[in-house]
Ligand binder design. Structure first.
Ligand code: ADE
Length: 219
């Protein structure tokens, strides 16, 4: 069982997506657990606005997430030392996420995902995290979507999360960068003049296997 802990100022962003489909089933089967934590709960005590951001020293546009609430939250969220835990900062300046990283991260007991907003984090937050990950070479408004993508990609590597046991190994990128899945068809047999390849209707599984292998390489 992996526990995913989201640290964010917008915890509601996660509710709808994680309540659906594969991720919902994985939680019900106790294969994964997802917690969301509101960073504002760790604002300075007595601060009426539960402020977790401030203006940058030296001037400049926008607001910066403060180091203290994040440090306090991470200390609280991180489980006992014997658990294998990983603190990840989502940032466009991180290492680009891929299927290999997803597989590697699936061996942890706890993954803490630190989601940024505004102009970014106080530079001292970097010392509090184990690694920085970018979901792709573009800039988003926050780390919440990247955290959801990472969670799903990692969860899919846990045995039992993906419905059919063969589904994961058959999948596009697990077999390497150049491998692409064979084309699939369902009803109807004919659509706007395009027919389903005859071999798939033949019932000859050896031939179907050969055809699929051939198409996988070609696409
Ligand atoms: N926050 C903003 N953009 C991001 C990206 N591309 N990856 C991860 N976190 C981000």
């Amino acid at each position: 069982m992996i526990t995913f802990d989201m640290l964010t100022i917008f915890p509601e962003i996660f509710t709808s997506y994680f309540q659906e489909s594969i991720i919902n089933r994985a939680q019900k089967k106790k294969l994964i657990k997802i917690n969301t934590h509101n960073l504002r709960d760790y604002a300075k005590p007595g601060n009426r606005h539960r402020q977790v951001d401030d203006r940058p020293y030296g001037g400049g546009p926008g607001m910066i997430l403060m180091v203290e609430p994040i440090a306090k939250a991470l200390q609280k969220i991180k489980k006992a030392k014997k658990q294998k835990s990983r603190i990840i900062m989502l940032t466009p300046a991180g290492k680009q996420f891929d299927q290999k990283m997803a597989e590697r991260l699936s061996s942890y007991d706890q993954i803490i995902l630190l989601c940024g907003r505004y102009e970014g984090f106080d530079a001292r937050v970097e010392k509090l995290v184990d690694e920085k990950i970018s979901i792709g070479p573009y800039v988003l408004s926050g780390g919440e979507l990247p955290a959801m993508i990472l969670t799903e990609a990692v969860a899919r590597h846990i045995p039992g999360v993906v419905g059919h046991p063969d589904a994961l190994v058959e999948e596009t990128f697990s077999k390497g960068r150049d491998y692409v899945e064979y084309p699939q068809y369902t009803r109807p047999e004919k659509f706007k003049g395009q027919k389903v390849p005859k071999v798939l209707l033949s019932g000859n599984h050896a031939e179907i296997g050969k055809w699929r292998q051939n198409k996988s390489k070609k696409r």
